[in-house]
Design a protein around this ligand. Structure first.
Ligand code: PRP
Length: 182
């Protein structure tokens, strides 16, 4: 379908429902609490796609020593296919040197975005660095990225909703759906 054409939600193929996501996010938060307890932790949201996952995840964490920050990466542009070129539009504002850092991402696909960000953060001598992703999609993986917390594993398909977009559309859908890009 052309990017300019917005499909009705009833015509999209459901992949993960709002309820499935909510359950999995609570489970992930519990896993993360199990690792960090109340250790000071900087949780970094990768804008824009992870915004909704991040906001749900942090509200399920019990850690009393959280700091929140944001980076903005972009790689796809208007295309639905991956690009090796990652643009680092916005950096964190907190000094993460010597801190535990958890990156929160919506989807790891080719792995280029996270390979880039992990490299950037590792160079800042953080105390520890882990990665939580809502979706691990192996279809186009090109870079070996260690995923510490994974919500769902998906073999293939272009998905939208719950923060994920197709040409900036569909991010606000409460569930995740498969779409067939043009
Ligand atoms: C998407 C997605 C991930 C990245 C994953 O972001 O949100 O950050 O691509 O792809 P990769 O593993 O192949 O690098 P995008 O660049 O589309 O920006 P967005 O988060 O603003 O949607």
């Amino acid at each position: 379908m052309p990017a300019s054409e917005v499909m009705d939600i009833r015509d999209l193929k459901p992949v993960f429902t709002q309820e499935q996501i909510a359950t999995r996010v609570r489970e992930l938060a519990s896993e993360i609490d199990g690792v960090y307890g109340d250790e000071p932790l900087v949780v970094v949201c990768v804008l824009k796609g992870a915004a909704i996952f991040f906001s749900d995840l942090i509200r399920n964490l019990h850690n009393k020593n959280l700091e929140l920050d944001f980076v903005r990466l972009s790689s796809y542009g208007r295309e639905s296919t991956s690009s090796k070129h990652v643009i680092f539009n916005k950096d964190v504002e907190i000094d993460i040197c010597d801190k535990h850092v958890l990156i929160v991402e919506d989807i790891v696909d080719s792995g280029h975005s996270m390979c880039f960000l992990l490299g950037q953060f590792a160079a800042r001598r953080v105390r520890s660095l882990r990665l939580a992703t809502l979706v691990d999609k192996g279809e186009r993986r090109e870079m070996d990225v260690a995923l510490d917390f994974v919500g769902f594993t998906l073999k293939k398909g272009f998905i939208v909703g719950y923060g994920l977009d197709y040409d900036e559309r569909y991010r606000s859908l409460p569930g995740i759906y498969e779409i067939t890009p043009e």
